[in-house]
Ligand binder design. Sequence first.
Ligand SMILES: N[C@@H](CCC(=O)N[C@@H](CS)C(=O)NCC(=O)O)C(=O)O
Length: 218
Amino acid sequence: MIDVYTWTTGNGRKVPIFLEETGTPYRLHMVDIHNGEQHAPEFIKINPNRKIPAIIDQDGPGGKPITLFESGAILIYLADKVGQFMPKDPASRYHTIEWLMFQMANIGPLLGQAHHFRSKAPDNAYGLKRYTDEATRLWTVMDGRLGEMPYLAGNDYTIADIATYVWLRNPKNQGQNLDDYPNVKRWFTAIDARPAVQRAHKAVEEAAEKYKAMKKAS
Ligand SMILES: N[C@@H](CCC(=O)N[C@@H](CS)C(=O)NCC(=O)O)C(=O)O
């Protein structure tokens, strides 16, 4: 049983998608980051960086519990544990890690800033242009790669695709249009249609609604 501490943001959906894809039992624990719950002392013990997602696997290495934060690290851990969505062939494994790092170091932080300036500081022309240009550049990098390969790391659907897909669900928030990137569109549409992916979205959204209703009532 994997305990998943999460919320409804893109990063918060990566781990549930992996767990649904692999049929791994999990429990969702909602951390309402719009209500400051990431700063609660009990959550800081799980992630000192105060961000979702994080997990606790009671049956970690050596049968001992393990607590992990940073979604890329969590996905590598789970893929190794379950033996899925991380290719066994060494070169393909490293390409999976490479594209996962590309997501963690570029897609998340920079597309996040493009969204941030658009929604919170739309009059800041410098920030808006800087991060929209970066978003355009990154979407172009992905479109080039997906024009050469079916998936980011190569021939197989991997944790690199799961981690990246969640960031591309609202292109307009980043000043982008999916139709301008036909290879990304082909890849995105295929991943979005996967039943496990839709199950994960539903699970996270329902858990958040239930949690908010419970908080309101208390
Ligand atoms: N690199 C981290 C990023 C995590 C992250 O930025 N989480 C956001 C939600 S998507 C969060 O918890 N924000 C709350 C805050 O910054 O206070 C990961 O991939 O796990």
